[in-house]
Design a protein around this ligand. Sequence first.
Ligand SMILES: [Zn+2]
Length: 464
Amino acid sequence: MAELEFYGAAQTVTGSMHLLHLRDGVVSLDCGLFQGRREESRTRNSTFPLPPQELAGLLLSHAHIDHSGNIPGLVRQGFTSPVYTTAATCDLCDVMLADSAHIQEEDARYWNEKRARNASDRITPLYTLQDARAAAAIFHPVPYDTWQEFADRCSAQWIEAGHILGSACILVAIHQSRPMHLLFTGDLGRRHMPILRDPTCPLPRVDYLITECTYADRRHANPTDMKAQLVRIINETVQAGGKVIIPAFSVGRTQTAVYYLCQALAEKTLRPLPIFVDSPLSVQATEVFKKHPECYDAEARDFWFRQGDIFGTQQVRYITAVEESKAINELKEPCVVIASAGMCEAGRILHHLKNNVENEANTVVIIGYQAQHTLGRRIVERREELKIFGRMYKLLCRVEILNGFSAHADADDFARCLGPIASDLRAAFVVHGEGAQPAAMTDILKRAGCKTVHVPAPGDRFEL
Ligand SMILES: [Zn+2]
């Protein structure tokens, strides 16, 4: 008898973790970091639903921190079983979990130096670089579309989710008392996105479905020709003698932007100009993208065969050293600077913004979602002044917003991928959503013929 237990990303959007109770052990689907208010995050991320050493394995959908980010925490508390996932996700996690560990260590250091009132108030990091390294050692790469046994008479297959490099929906086959199939979507992506293959559509017919619902209540604008728009904006800025500043997440958006620019240079729609990718994490993540052409779609493969490197030409310079980053500001001629953090809350992008927003000839191009109360959102709202490093700067440069880069399925994508399999489901479980999103997903599934849809709360258990 198998049972599903919901723990994280149940009626919320972070900390993805669902448990599969099998005849001879418990296996986790994902182990993401809960992201929210400091105190609550600390408590939730340091607590697990069972002693970590008792977990018999972990099946991981993709490398985003809300799905993978607490694996080092699990390891710190005694987890030693294998983490099964795709090869590209293994490599991305190497880079991203080390970065996350660095943030955890810095965060604890800051708290202990500035905030702790006494010795008992001091905290230790949730996990350290050492824990992230130990976690990397238990990752076990699995090729796409290949059965991997992970427990007695239980196997799983990772099928393309089209969300980020290495992302997958996990198909689980359990042949214990009676055979059954379960599908966990992880995060589902969109069709026709650059670099990546399209999500598997329709998804395989199964008995049980666990699906995310992040944008089930939305319809994205048609992905218009992002490349053409980006190139036009750069050409116009060059004409005006300005610089183009692009805040971008290190994994995903940065590579998309660089890929478009490399294509445009090859197609000669963009005249050669210096392009800087200024973020150590972006540089490492791009190396992982280069290592995994098996994840590319036909167009990216074709470009790769012709070009050899789809993320580099003579014009693209990858910057890690701080001195080189500062030197970009001395440059007088037009250039493109792609830097993180994506919402302009930290990182080197702050220096580039501070040095460039007061010049009318420059352009800031926003290509990612900007949450409320972030500097990025204030740029989107075209506020007259921006506070950067405690000083006010006038926002005089041009601001362009390119929507269409979203890596998440919308209502139509869900209907297309899940609709054809909905009527065969014994039950669907809607996770990874809040507010109106779970109800919108329930509606999509019911309209397609699924009779039983649950929106589980943390701790809810269901017999399969
Ligand atoms: Zn994701």
